[in-house]
Design a protein around this ligand. Structure first.
Ligand code: NAD
Length: 500
């Protein structure tokens, strides 16, 4: 711990808390390459305190009327919308993405808040009259309890907001465990929720590392876990959480392919590949990392992508640049290492992002946009999730070869097809084994009233994030069968109830 740096605390029972003797980790500004603050790392006792406080809050929050809960959500929506500039600056400072991109993240998060404002209509149950003579049935959805939300570094505001607005509006309390790389956004949100009128303890922030995560996964009063991060940790969280009796949704990594058919509009394709490949320095789970070009178009497409890459300004996200730095030095070096792997594997490095000139400090974790053509599908450049500004081009001979390639991938988060052939697009939509599909749309993140999630190793558990599936995840259904006795009914009958 560096004594003169501020420490980002936990937020427990409506107040900041950094217990005596807390371990800490450094938080960087990746555009400067400097540690700007420290973050508290929870010990087991802190996990207990956070969960107990959230549980106590839950016991009264679940009885607060839907009208009051949604009124607080509306207040939060208004405050968030009017002060989103502050949040964007926090995101840019600790994550590195450019301000416009940070505002985009907040806008997508706000969709979920708006969905949660209307939770009343999503919590409606069903009713069927006279299902047996004199019997009716209805269903209700009730909150589950304390919901743990464990988030990755790449969307410090949006990913927690995929979950907590719905969880809270549905009557649960939440404990958010942000990424230790950019935790300030969650503390800012905690303060805003308090200002919006949320009772203390309903929204808790527990900062930390594996100790905090393991504590949440095993605590008996945590009833659900929503995780977003890399595939190995998602799998671990899913297995550990479910083994401890919790409902778990664990979203993992990705390797998103964009299939380009020869009839596609190549200018639209090149724009889309550059935007989706290099936006947020490729640190998006919905980034396009592989362009699958159906021959003969690759020779025409590659120069169009290069032309666009050459216009990109890389630098400090606060200086009106197009692309910021990577999250850490270690990650930057790992991503840059794939350029050497590509060369060794016989691929063609068309644009090498190493040593790029930037509008930023020399110590920042920079890597420029990189384009690698003729990537072999056996190369790690193709098989690994690189999570950086490295766009691979794989050349295939046919639609079927491209489709088979995508379906053979370990991941199934997002994908896109670019074509003017409706029949091909329709077949792609039907046969591709991926959770989110774009047709001439490169980053098909569903809007807030649909649900977000991948297939295969991109998601563990059967419930997607936000939208109707979010409501389902954060509530448990009861089915109630009712009979109001008519004096003519009754009598002894030991048989299993049957409908008549
Ligand atoms: P990560 O898996 O390293 O960390 C995610 C969370 O898990 C963090 O809160 C971290 O503190 C915690 N964690 C890390 N190691 C742990 C361990 N050993 N035990 C318990 N908890 C641990 O992921 P990241 O680097 O922060 O984020 C990038 C990854 O997230 C990429 O793989 C990206 O594709 C993925 N992601 C997926 C989606 C999606 O919707 N599928 C969205 C955003 C990011």
């Amino acid at each position: 711990m560096t004594n003169d740096l501020p420490v980002i605390p936990h937020w427990i029972n409506g107040a900041a808390l950094t217990p005596e003797g807390t371990r800490t980790a450094p938080v960087f500004n990746p555009a400067l390459g400097e540690v700007i603050r420290e973050v508290a790392l929870a010990a087991e006792d802190d996990v207990n305190q956070a969960v107990e406080s959230a549980h106590t809050a839950y016991l009264s929050w679940r009885d607060v009327s839907l009208a009051k809960r949604t009124a607080i959500m509306f207040n939060f929506r208004e405050l968030l919308n009017s002060r989103k500039g502050e949040l964007a600056e926090i995101i840019t400072e600790e994550h590195g993405k450019v301000i416009d991109d940070a505002l985009g993240e907040i806008a997508r998060a706000q969709e979920v808040v708006e969905f949660a404002c209307g939770i009343t209509s999503h919590l409606r149950g069903d009713f069927s009259e006279q299902i047996s003579t004199g019997f009716d049935i209805h269903s209700v959805r009730q909150p589950v309890g304390v919901a743990a939300i464990i988030s990755p570094f790449n969307f410090p505001a949006m990913v927690p907001m995929w979950f907590f607005p719905i969880a809270i509006a549905a009557g649960n309390s939440v404990v958010v465990k942000p990424s230790e790389k950019d935790p300030t956004a969650s503390i800012w949100v905690a303060e805003l929720l308090k200002e919006a009128g949320l009772p203390d303890g309903v929204f808790t922030v527990l900062n930390g590392d594996k100790v905090a995560v393991d504590g949440l996964l095993t605590h008996p009063k945590v009833k659900s876990v929503s995780f977003v991060g890399s595939t190995p940790i998602a799998k671990y969280v899913y297995e550990t959480g479910t083994a401890h009796g919790k409902r778990v949704q664990a979203l993992g990594g990705a390797k998103n392919h964009m299939l380009v058919l020869p009839d596609a509009d190549l200018d639209l394709v090149a724009d889309s590949a550059v935007n989706a490949g290099f936006g947020s320095a490729g640190e998006r789970c919905m980034a396009i990392s592989v362009v699958v070009a159906v021959e003969p178009i690759a020779d025409d497409l590659v120069p169009k992508i290069v032309e666009r890459i050459n216009t990109l300004r890389v630098g400090d996200g606060r200086r009106n640049c197009d692309m910021g730095p990577l999250i850490t030095e270690v990650h930057r070096d790992k991503v840059a290492g794939y350029i050497d792997i590509a060369i060794n594997d016989g691929a063609e490095v068309v644009v090498d992002g190493r040593g790029i000139e930037v509008d930023g400090e020399a110590g920042g974790f920079w890597l420029g946009p990189t384009l690698i053509d003729r990537v072999s599908t056996s190369s790690k450049v193709y098989t690994d999730e690189i999570f950086g500004p490295v766009l691979a081009i794989v050349r295939v001979k046919s639609f079927d070869e491209g489709l088979d390639l995508i379906n053979a991938s370990q991941y199934g988060n997002g994908t896109a097809i670019f074509t003017n052939d409706g029949g091909a697009a329709r077949r792609f939509q039907k046969d591709v084994e991926v959770g989110m599909i774009g047709i001439n749309v490169p980053i098909p993140v569903p809007i807030g009233s649909y649900s977000f999630g991948g297939w295969k190793d991109s998601a563990f558990g059967d419930t997607k994030a936000y939208g109707p599936e979010g409501v389902k995840f954060f509530t448990a259904e009861k089915a109630v069968t009712t009979r109001w006795l008519d004096p003519s009914h009754g009598g002894i009958n030991l048989g299993f109830p049957s409908n008549a």
